[in-house]
Write a protein that binds this ligand. Structure first.
Ligand code: BEZ
Length: 212
């Protein structure tokens, strides 16, 4: 059965470009972005890995560790990272799991046989510090993902956890956020949102981003 939001991300031990990794121990205390690549030496994947590496500080600022999966072996990965540095102007600075036995791809249901029966699709799992899966999405092999969107989702999840708010359509860090409809007690609202709020409907209220 496929993994769903709220499930605990399965633990595993696998080889990687940064040595063998026991996933839960490696992740300890961090958010994690775990994402799959159809295979080594493919053009779209090459651009994605280079761009993700350029976002290292942005991920670190949010307490996030990044880890990639590709169903090729370590020797292949080690040759590929050279090409990524050369063509993307950025060395890969996070582990790539060498999932030649497809242990991780199988555990996380990253191979969708009706798309391709050997390669993974482009899966993304955003996992919180309690190892809980908080976001998943799946793109086809031919479409590169938007890693700025992954950062935006992490910002939204972290804001929900820290301040109990939701984020509206196309929200980005700094924009007004939404007060959950279940919160109606005026005293609680005043205490939780001292900057005040705009009410369009009783269920649709905007407040300035609380941590700004
Ligand atoms: C790519 O990364 O470029 C790619 C991989 C598999 C199928 C299509 C494109």
């Amino acid at each position: 059965m496929s993994l769903r939001l709220g499930d605990i991300a399965p633990d595993f031990t696998q080889h990687s470009t940064e040595g063998d990794i026991s996933f839960h121990a490696w992740a300890a205390g961090h958010w994690v972005v775990l994402y799959s690549h159809p295979r080594d030496f493919t053009p779209v994947c090459t651009t994605e890995l280079g761009y993700t590496a350029k976002l290292k500080q942005a991920f670190a600022d949010r307490g996030v560790k990044v880890i990639a999966v590709s169903v090729d072996d370590l020797d292949s990965h080690q040759r590929w990272v050279g090409d990524i540095a050369e063509t993307q102007g950025q060395a890969v600075n996070f582990p790539i799991l060498a999932d030649a036995d497809r242990k991780v791809a199988t555990l996380y249901d990253m191979i969708h046989p009706n798309a391709n029966d050997t390669l993974t699709v482009r899966s993304v799992f955003i996992i919180d510090p309690k190892h809980k899966i908080r976001t998943t999405f799946t793109y086809p092999a031919s479409t590169g993902r938007n890693f700025d969107e992954i950062l935006r989702v992490i910002d939204s999840l972290q804001l929900t956890d820290s301040h109990g708010v939701a984020t509206p359509v196309n929200w980005k860090d700094g924009d007004d956020v939404i007060i959950p409809a279940a919160l109606q007690d005026p005293e609680v609202l005043k205490a939780k949102f001292p900057k005040g709020y705009r009410e369009l409907k009783s269920y649709l209220r905007y407040t300035p981003q609380p941590n700004r």
